[in-house]
Design a binder for this molecule. Structure first.
Ligand code: B3K
Ligand code: ZN
Length: 854
């Protein structure tokens, strides 16, 4: 019915070279005049001209080379406008349309809409068709000349400014681009400005546009932009290519940010930051997302995607680039661990359930449903593996060739792999399965040790299993780079990291001439996105946590220890003291990076424990997991009370707040300690910290620790009083309460919050805060009586008619429903079926729900 298939790709039958547009902005009746310079791709082969155009686009007039065709030649269907071949000349022609649209009625925030009195657009993936009739597909690329008529003071579009007069601005973008990269902004805005001179001497004006009053919170975004521009020159040799680069902060935005050519539009939460309102995590994300969108200028804009099935071509690569940027600027070890944590929490979770799909899907109904962790984060992991396999030099040569060969193209995954083959001579036929096959491979490792006269031999046998996913039952083995090192019994590394390349279902690798049996450190740096299982006792894990030279593998050993304690406890089994002891050693190790220690000290979340259990074929019981985790946290706090108290005092950061990595690392360790101590100190430390906190990082850490214990009401009230006028802080206020609530109260708290007048649910950030906050409370959302499911389902049904993208996105709260007990499954299914049955359900939500029920 509505499905699109990769196999059906066909070039657009017309060539579009230039697009000229005029916008007469009006909140309810904006008039858009569009002139398209078109030519038939094959003049011998007359074809109908099919333009995309949503329901809200009202055709006012249409001419071809200045003449209105016979009205019978124009066919308006629900989502298209067709001009029949008979009305088209066999040579280049100018198609001119005038349409009227109503931005004030646009609650979906797709196309042209109004946010707080400001006009703005969001066109990726298919929003442009809600602005005008157009071949709205990424392989149709044109230069744009845009005129904006409006009395609003600031009028922006893509490219360079070419005319500015009272009530009118003109912009020209010389780089041919697809419609999804179009943007327009008009409003009462002020800029924080700077400039950047590229290495070939182009002086670029930089502006971060915000609402008046927000200027003092835009400086960090600007600094991040300048760093991104120099990094891309230094590391990838990529320069910026226009005279101006504009960023605009918008309060109503469906996602994080958008890489429109020369005019990036951002969710205000990813631009605005001051010590008083933003946390360390917010600062990190701002820096990373500013970089990500900037990097898209080459990977996404100069080289775009042929069709939306190729989405990971630009997203996977751009995520990979922003990860490299953050590792270079901050700590590479910490960044890698955080990325793996996020990958497991979101992408492995996706892979485990009914929504599993390959990084390059071959079928979709609604493309907005495929901006997923698999396309983004797994897409980036696949590039990391490629780089590991061809080496740093090979990677550099391949990327140079990619930019050289494909600049100006709408490319495919095949093009991408071809440059690696051509630049390095490596055959990537088997590697391509990472793009086309869904699911997380399961890798198991068995060891065999043979002592001998001239030294012993250790044989590692790896076996891979590629479990079935929806629509893909049989899978062939993949290429898996497994980075391995060997550690001697005294803790010294005896074989440094080497990458074993696995290509078969089962494969052995031997190391000989070894003095004594070493301990294997496997999957160092998380060299492939797989789950690794190996029979390892807790003592050996503790040994690796103490001695591994690879920071990821070291952290992983601690993680495994914690998970083994937690999974045992959640099943009512006795818990060994190994983890509690090992963590004691780590806390005492003043030489270890505080950020690393914090990562080890933060216990695995309840969702992560559930995922681990279900990957072992065990049905997770949310309340039991919650109790087990609380008990382990208490036990650590009680066992190491003195050490932890000292560490808490030592890690206080003196002086004014700075968002840099080293101060943030100390805070993260201090707050990990606080979370443990608050379990046994009656909330004393957290209350004091909240009272004297000089920044939002401390405030939120203290508040979270208190709320988890059922305390913190006075602090909540104080935060509200102080920041009621700040949307972004109020989003945190709405989000933290259901998220950190004791599970038994979570739904009730979420419900009470949803009744408040200031629960402005049509704002995506506010909606995500509350609904996402509850979904992130594992035992709360999965309440046995189904109240969490019902609450979320009700809100999805309410949101769907207004903003289908947000409803569909938030429906992923249910993506793990099949792994729970029969009672929960029945209640989740009832909720999903109730959504599926709703009248007029959007294509977005209906696709999500039907995949989840299937
Ligand atoms: N490319 C945009 C995401 C668009 C999402 C459309 N539903 C932001 C990014 O990935 O950089
Ligand atoms: Zn992106």
């Amino acid at each position: 019915q509505n499905a699109h298939y990769l196999a059906d790709y066909r070039p657009y039958p017309f060539v579009l070279t230039a697009t000229r547009m005029t916008f007469e902005l009006h909140p309810q009746a904006t008039r858009v005049v569009t002139a398209l310079s078109l030519a038939p791709r094959d003049p011998q082969q007359a074809e109908d001209l099919v333009l995309d155009g949503g329901k809200g686009v009202k055709l006012v007039s249409l001419t071809i080379d200045g003449v209105a065709p016979d009205p019978s030649r124009i066919i308006r269907r629900e989502e298209t406008l067709t001009i029949s071949a008979a009305a088209l000349p066999p040579h280049p022609f100018l198609l001119e349309t005038a349409v009227q649209i109503d931005p004030s009625a646009n609650t979906a925030f797709e196309g042209l809409y109004i946010s707080n009195g400001m006009f703005c657009t969001q066109c990726e993936a298919e929003g442009f068709r809600h602005i005008t009739f157009y071949p709205d597909r990424p392989d149709v690329m044109a230069t744009f000349h845009v005129t904006i008529d409006s009395d609003l003071p600031v009028l922006l579009s893509n490219g360079n400014p070419v005319g500015q007069s009272q009530g009118r601005a003109e912009w020209h973008d010389p780089w041919p681009k697809p419609s999804y990269l179009f943007a327009l902004v008009a409003g009462d805005l002020v800029a924080v400005s700077d400039s950047f001179t590229t290495r070939s001497g182009r002086r670029v004006a930089l502006n971060v546009w915000v609402r008046p009053g927000d200027q003092d919170r835009a400086g960090f975004a600007m600094e991040s932009l300048v760093k991104s521009m120099s990094w891309d020159e230094a590391v990838y040799g990529r320069e910026y290519d226009l005279d101006v680069f504009n960023i605009v902060a918008v309060d109503d935005f469906n996602m994080g940010a958008m890489e429109n050519k020369g005019l990036n539009i951002f969710n205000s939460k990813l631009v605005l930051a001051s010590p008083d309102t933003a946390t360390d995590t917010d600062y990190d994300r701002i820096e990373a997302v500013i970089a990500h969108e900037y990097f898209h200028n080459w990977t996404g804009n100069r080289i775009t995607c042929r069709d939306w099935f190729q989405l990971c071509l630009k997203e996977g690569l751009t995520v990979f680039r922003d990860q490299q940027f953050t590792s270079d600027l901050r700590s590479a070890a910490v960044k890698r661990i955080e990325d793996v944590q996020a990958l497991r929490a979101r992408q492995f979770r996706e892979d485990q359930g009914p929504l599993a799909h390959p990084p390059r899907p071959d079928r979709y109904e609604e493309i907005n449903n495929f901006y997923t962790a698999t396309v983004y984060e797994k897409g980036a992991e696949v590039i990391g593996m490629l780089k590991r396999l061809v080496g740093d030099d090979g990677y550099r040569r391949a990327l140079d060739l990619y930019f050289d060969r494909h600049d100006g193209d709408a490319a495919t995954i095949e093009d991408w792999l071809q440059v690696f083959q051509d630049a390095t001579g490596r055959d990537l036929t088997q590697f391509k399965r990472w793009y086309t096959d869904a699911g997380t491979p399961r890798l198991s490792l068995a060891e065999d040790w043979q002592p001998g006269d001239t030294g012993g031999t250790l044989t590692l046998t790896f076996t891979q299993d590629n479990p079935p996913t929806p629509g893909q039952t049989q899978k062939s083995p993949r290429v898996i780079p497994v980075a391995v090192g060997l550690i001697g019994p005294n803790g010294d590394e005896i074989v440094p990291t080497q990458v074993l390349e696995m290509t078969e279902a089962s494969q052995s690798f031997s190391f000989d001439g070894l003095g004594a049996r070493p301990v294997v450190s496997a999957l160092r740096g998380f060299s492939a996105p797989v789950t690794l299982s190996r029979p390892l006792d807790d003592a050996t894990r503790a040994f690796l946590l103490a001695h591994d030279t690879d920071p990821f593998a070291r952290w992983e050993a601690g993680r495994d220890l914690a998970l083994s304690a937690l999974t045992a406890a959640s099943r009512g089994q006795a818990v060994s003291g190994d983890y509690v002891d090992a963590i004691g050693h780590l806390i005492a190790d003043g030489n270890a990076d505080p950020a690393f220690r914090a990562l080890c000290l933060n216990l695995p979340g309840e969702e992560e424990i559930a995922t681990r259990l279900s990957s072992q074929g065990i049905v997770p019981v949310p309340d039991a997991i919650h109790v087990a985790r609380e008990a382990l946290a208490r036990r650590i706090a009680e066992t190491h009370l003195d050490l932890l108290s000292r560490l808490y005092d030592d890690m206080a950061v003196p002086g004014p707040y700075r968002p840099d990595a080293s101060d943030a690392a100390r805070r993260s360790l201090r707050h990990a300690v606080l979370a443990l101590l608050t379990r046994i100190d009656g909330g004393e430390r957290a209350e004091i910290l909240f009272g004297i906190a000089g920044n939002m990082t401390e405030r939120m850490a203290a508040l979270t620790a208190l709320l988890r214990r059922g305390l913190g009401q006075a602090e909540l009230a104080a935060l509200h009083d102080q920041f009621a006028g700040n949307r972004l802080v109020m989003d945190k206020w709405f989000g933290i309460q259901p998220m950190a609530a004791p599970p038994a109260q979570a739904v009730q708290i979420a419900h009470a919050l949803s009744q408040r007048k200031d629960f402005d649910w049509k704002n995506p950030n506010r909606f995500r805060a509350l609904i996402g906050g509850l979904s992130a409370n594992h035992a709360g959302f999965h309440a046995a009586d189904g109240s969490g499911y019902d609450f979320v389902a009700n809100w999805l049904l309410r949101m769907d008619p207004l903003n289908p993208q947000i409803a569909a996105r938030m429906s992923t709260a249910f993506e793990t429903w099949t792994r729970y007990d029969a009672g929960r499954r029945a209640r989740a299914l009832t909720a999903l079926e109730r959504i599926a049955a709703a009248d007029g359900l959007s294509r977005n939500t209906s696709e999500m729900v039907s995949r989840m029920i299937a």
